[in-house]
Design a protein around this ligand. Structure first.
Ligand code: AG3
Length: 287
């Protein structure tokens, strides 16, 4: 059978660079109150979740992203107990948070109920049942409206939003970061994804500037996510004082927490991810 355009999902990563994934079966295409949602079965990368034409995850590489968003921060906290996850309607981020055995409570704050129910139905390999975990409380609300209600409450806040443009923009602005700072315990840590320093130079700079304006300490680090624009993805950790953990201490914590069988995260990768190539250093220096 000849291929036609309908057999591919295409993300326009930039005006001149598109990524196309061949689709075996379209499972869901729905306009929600906030965005257009697509779930499809691809031929090579498992199921795909896309919002507003952007790849949120494929089953093949979602762990690369979720592990790197969550573990560098969670491992940097001595005994993480109370965590807020903002966004991440597919459940992958909450799944990784719950792998740290000291966690007692996760507030999972997602703006779009339709995304939650679609992911619950179609992406069980991603959420692995976290919807029914008794430590998890789901809140349907915009993160930037919900978070300002809290003071000194959370060990970690993890923001799993879409790109720092469009509807998710409030989650990258100084007002929201100030609310995060207030809602964190004194040695709590904020983690977020910041886009790609290769294509989204201005956005990455903007996030860096806004974080530096609010937090005493900010660290950027990088990971590889094959289906995201350029593959090279930036994340940030921010707090009053971020610990510098050495390999030995990371190994100790990894063992103590039973955080084994990761696909991407390891103590070595944790430390290596903080080394920024000169082009990224330059980008941030001139932010
Ligand atoms: N959150 C960040 C996805 C950003 C990808 N950007 C893009 N494809 N242009 C993903 C949600 C996964 N839990």
């Amino acid at each position: 059978m000849a291929l036609n355009e309908e057999d591919f999902f295409t993300e326009k990563q930039t005006d001149g660079v598109h990524l196309s994934l061949k689709v075996k079966r379209w499972l869901l295409r729905q306009k929600t109150a906030y965005q257009e949602l697509i779930v499809a079965e691809t031929t090579e990368l498992g199921k795909l979740l896309a919002l507003d034409g952007k790849v949120m995850l494929t089953e093949a590489d979602e762990a690369f992203y979720h592990e790197m968003l969550v573990h560098p921060t969670m491992m940097s906290i001595d005994i993480p107990q109370k965590v807020a996850v903002i966004g991440g309607g597919d459940g992958g981020t909450v799944r990784e948070v719950l792998r740290h055995p000291s966690v007692q409570k996760v507030f999972w704050v997602e703006i779009d109920e339709v995304v939650l129910s679609a992911c619950k139905e179609w992406l069980s390999s991603v959420h692995c049942g976290v919807f029914d975990d008794e430590r998890v409380e789901i809140v349907i609300a915009p993160g930037e409206k919900w978070l300002p209600n809290f003071s000194s409450e959370f060990d970690a806040i993890i923001v799993d939003g879409t790109d720092p443009i469009g509807p998710a923009l409030p989650l990258f602005e100084p007002d929201f970061f100030s609310a995060c700072k207030k809602a964190l315990k004194p040695d709590g840590i904020l983690a977020l994804q910041c886009g790609t320093p290769f294509y989204f130079r201005d956005e990455v700079r903007m996030v860096w500037r806004n974080l530096k304006q609010v937090f005493e300490q900010v660290k950027f680090y990088l990971g590889f996510v094959p289906t995201y624009p350029s593959g090279l993805w930036a994340y940030a950790m921010a707090g009053n004082s971020l610990p510098n953990l050495d390999l030995k201490e990371l190994y100790r914590r990894q063992k103590e927490r039973g955080l084994i069988n990761c696909h991407y995260y390891s103590p070595e990768v944790h430390i290596a991810s903080l080394a920024l190539p000169p082009f990224v250093q330059d980008l941030l220096q001139n932010a």
